[in-house]
Design a protein around this ligand. Structure first.
Ligand SMILES: Nc1ncnc2c1ncn2[C@@H]1O[C@H](COP(=O)(O)OP(=O)(O)OP(=O)(O)O)[C@@H](O)[C@H]1O
Length: 500
């Protein structure tokens, strides 16, 4: 087998930063090749160069022995037979699967689109991928996992022989992840080369042949997975050993004081029904459930992001009445680190220091205006404490890597004087070292007397962090587990699928 991809001395600069430094490595034809590294290491940037998102860089990209320079991703798909499947797949929800797969390149009969052929061609691909949905289905009805499959079908429709998957399992259920892995194995058997980016190391051991490691914009080494341990991988990525396991150094004894009480919370669409629970001062209360269990919807109401339909919420014994929105929630002392940080977590046009200060502006007043100096000083402190890269508090948050954006939002809530912080999937897209830091910070917050709710779809994380754990299934609480010593993963999974 020859080389599918060769990167030769790639350098990439953004204003003021040198993000890729002389990167050279290659990917064999027909292998599943992982790209690993901490947040901000440069994984997405090198993929973006490969796929024509960035056309300005130094160095050579060689595909199957031929130098290429794509002008844009479409050029890469059409002329390079190379496709990238995004974390959150971009689709037109109102169109059919077939229309999305073939968008812009539908088969024609004369001047008109040949819909019959389009659906036949797409159905053939979907069948090969073992998908349950069909070409005529409207995309709006598909799950996140199915949309991911749609993107892979699109890559195959365009005869891609190299496919990149950037954190593809981030929004998938474990069943969907298994289905995706089956498809990856099949593509590999068909000789297709896969580039795979993930922070979930167990996935790398399940499906990857080799892994190239990047650190701080530099290429470190390529390792053969079957001859490598998890510890060795982490060491290569981070430069030291880090425990990737969620745990508590000092599980707390929550005080009796109830800071938040929720009674019979329901919406009118059945996304969550009759949800009641209490949150105590100084505890971490976990919410576990499968994707679609209704956890995020409940949390959005508590944080004022969505309207309360029915039920009661009490904060420190006071019932919330009248209109409820995120500004009012903040006044009552409750804030949320959302799962979808790109659209809900920060202001896209603002710098890190402004985004960190945004929920506590009164702290940075100088006369009638806020002081940039004070905001910067506060941000500098958190950049140190959370080890945020690059160490540029004045950078636009939107230009930070995904995991570092998460840390910036974390810094916002740590700078804000509130009693209750809701973390929705706090370590989604976050590297192992940063995960360990976030777990440590959560412990510090509860030690200070704050109360945390942690929504997690990762069972080891939910079990490792929580003092108490609430399990939800299809909008309802199916179990509340009060003794962390007695958490049992099989039992919890059973409650999560609605069993008892
Ligand atoms: N448009 C941009 N302008 C300035 N800097 C950028 C821009 N895009 C990326 N960067 C910087 O380039 C570096 C590499 O980012 P990249 O997104 O490639 O990292 P990553 O390894 O994919 O991280 P993650 O695992 O968090 O997704 C980061 O320091 C980031 O801040």
């Amino acid at each position: 087998m020859g080389k599918a991809v060769e990167f030769v001395k790639i350098n990439k600069y953004f204003p003021g930063v040198h993000v890729l430094k002389d990167i050279s490595f290659s990917v064999e034809e027909g292998e599943v090749h992982a790209l690993l590294g901490e947040n901000g290491a440069g994984k997405s940037t090198i993929l973006n160069i490969l796929h024509g998102v960035y056309s300005e860089y130094e160095g050579d990209v060689i595909l199957h022995g031929k130098k290429v320079a794509f002008k844009n991703p479409n050029d890469a798909i059409l002329n390079g037979n190379i496709s990238k499947v995004h974390q959150e797949t971009m689709v037109v929800e109102e169109l059919t699967v077939g229309q999305n797969v073939t968008l812009g390149y539908q088969p024609k009969k004369g001047l008109f689109i040949d819909f019959g052929k389009m659906h036949r061609d797409v159905d053939e691909i979907l069948e090969e991928l073992n998908c349950r949905f069909r070409s005529r289905d409207i995309v709006r009805t598909l799950t996140a996992g199915e949309k991911q499959m749609l993107a892979i079908a699109k890559a195959i429709y365009h005869h891609s022989n190299i496919i990149s998957l950037d954190e593809p399992t981030a929004s998938l259920t474990s069943k969907e992840t298994e289905a995706l892995f089956a498809v990856i194995r099949k593509l590999k058997a068909d000789g297709i080369t896969i580039l795979y980016v993930s922070h979930h190391l167990e996935e790398i051991f399940q499906i990857c042949d080799r892994a190239s490691i990047m650190r701080d914009g530099e290429y470190i080494q390529t390792l053969e997975i079957k001859n490598t341990t998890e510890d060795e991988l982490i060491h290569a990525m981070v430069g030291r050993s880090v425990s990737a396991v969620a745990s508590r150094l000092k599980p707390c004894r929550a005080k009796d004081e109830v800071v938040l009480k929720v009674e019979h919370l329901s919406d009118n669409e059945g996304k969550y029904k009759d949800v009641s629970f209490e949150l105590h001062k100084g505890e971490i209360l976990g919410f576990y459930g499968l994707v679609g269990a209704g956890r995020t919807e409940v949390m959005r109401v508590l944080a004022g992001a969505d309207r309360k339909i029915s039920g009661n919420i009490y904060l420190k014994g006071k019932e919330i009445r009248g209109s409820w929105n995120s500004t009012k929630a903040l006044k009552y002392g409750i804030g949320m680190l959302p799962e979808d940080r790109k659209t809900h977590g920060f202001n896209k046009l603002d710098s890190n220091y402004n985004n960190i200060a945004i929920s506590s502006l009164e702290k940075y007043m100088s006369g009638v205006f806020t002081s940039d100096g004070k905001k910067l000083k506060n941000a500098e402190h958190f950049f140190q404490e959370l080890d945020i890269h690059p160490n540029k508090p004045d950078y636009l948050t939107v230009n930070m890597s995904g995991g570092n954006q998460q840390k910036v939002i974390l810094a916002k809530w740590m700078s804000t004087d509130i009693d209750v912080i809701i973390f929705d999937e706090p370590t989604k897209g976050v590297d192992v070292a940063a995960k360990a830091e976030i777990y440590r910070l959560m412990e510090e917050l509860v030690e200070e007397g704050k109360s945390l709710i942690v929504v997690s779809s990762e069972l080891p994380e939910a079990m490792g962090l929580s003092d108490r754990l609430i399990v939800m299934s299809e909008g309802r609480i199916t179990k509340e587990l009060t003794d962390r010593e007695g958490f049992d993963s099989d039992a919890i999974l059973n409650y999560a699928i609605g069993g008892n």
